[in-house]
Design a protein around this ligand. Structure first.
Ligand code: URA
Length: 248
């Protein structure tokens, strides 16, 4: 795990602003692994070093879980040289260690999970876990009438990519486009767009509305996020665990 400055680490643990914790450190009130450190620039390893303030042990807060209503134009990555990432919606003090759970395309909107818990991310994303993700899309062009059947049977795309059986439901018409719902149990690159293209449609707009048992909180405007409740985290863990053990 990457090291970071002691004042930054203390600040992200909620001990005060960088200026405030700088003064606290210089006053000799902070120890790292039992040794008093007076240099705010001293480097610590989050989750590994033991920090104390005024003799009180501080707990690294690992296990943060958020749902973001991803707006278009943000890249699902920690860093990107060209575009702002999904981390940009979080204040700097909350970004430490956070990463997106899987990816949505830059122009895809909707439910994106972020966490600092690698095990949780792996459990949800491992292909054998088959956690279902549901998308709503607006599609132009004429989709084959047999599209739902083709999705249900699974399909091999022109480049040889094999897609597992999926569910396509036509919801109706909106602004001259066909509104569909697609449920996938895997997450291949541009999968919804490519599967829809294979049945004659073109995805004009794509939004993810659920991951396993978790639905996007409709109160979240694009760009807004909230912490998951303990029950929501537990339900996601169960979803990942349930399917894995059924398949193993
Ligand atoms: N399928 C896509 O085509 N794009 C996404 O962002 C997610 C699923």
């Amino acid at each position: 795990m990457a090291k970071e400055r002691l004042d930054k680490a203390l600040s992200s643990l909620g001990c005060g602003s960088r200026k405030e914790v700088g003064a606290i450190i210089r006053a000799g009130r902070v120890s790292v692994n039992g040794q008093t450190i007076r240099d705010p620039a001293y480097r610590v390893t989050p989750a590994e070093d033991s920090l104390a303030l005024g003799g009180q042990q501080l707990r690294w807060r690992i296990g943060r879980y958020y749902m973001l209503n991803k707006p278009p134009d943000l890249v699902s990555a920690r860093v990107d040289n060209l575009h702002p990432t999904v981390l940009s919606v979080f204040p700097e003090s909350e970004r430490r260690g956070l990463f997106p759970v899987g990816r949505l395309d830059k122009n895809t909107e909707g439910l994106l999970l972020l966490t600092d818990d690698g095990g949780f991310c792996h459990a949800l994303m491992a292909p054998r876990r088959h956690v279902e993700k549901v998308y709503v899309a607006l599609v132009s062009g004429r989709m084959d009438l047999s599209a739902p059947k083709q999705f249900a049977a699974g399909m091999t795309l022109a480049d040889g990519t094999v897609c597992r059986p999926a569910r396509l439901t036509v919801l109706g018409e909106e602004d001259g486009l066909t509104k569909i719902e697609v449920a996938l149990k895997e997450g291949k690159h541009h999968q919804v767009k490519r599967m829809v293209a294979a049945v004659g449609g073109h995805v004009e707009h794509l939004k993810r509305i659920s991951v396993g048992p978790l639905r996007l909180d409709e109160r979240l405007q694009p760009g807004e996020y909230r912490e998951l409740t303990e029950d929501e985290v537990a339900a996601l863990r169960d979803a990942a665990r349930g399917k894995a053990s059924a398949d193993e």
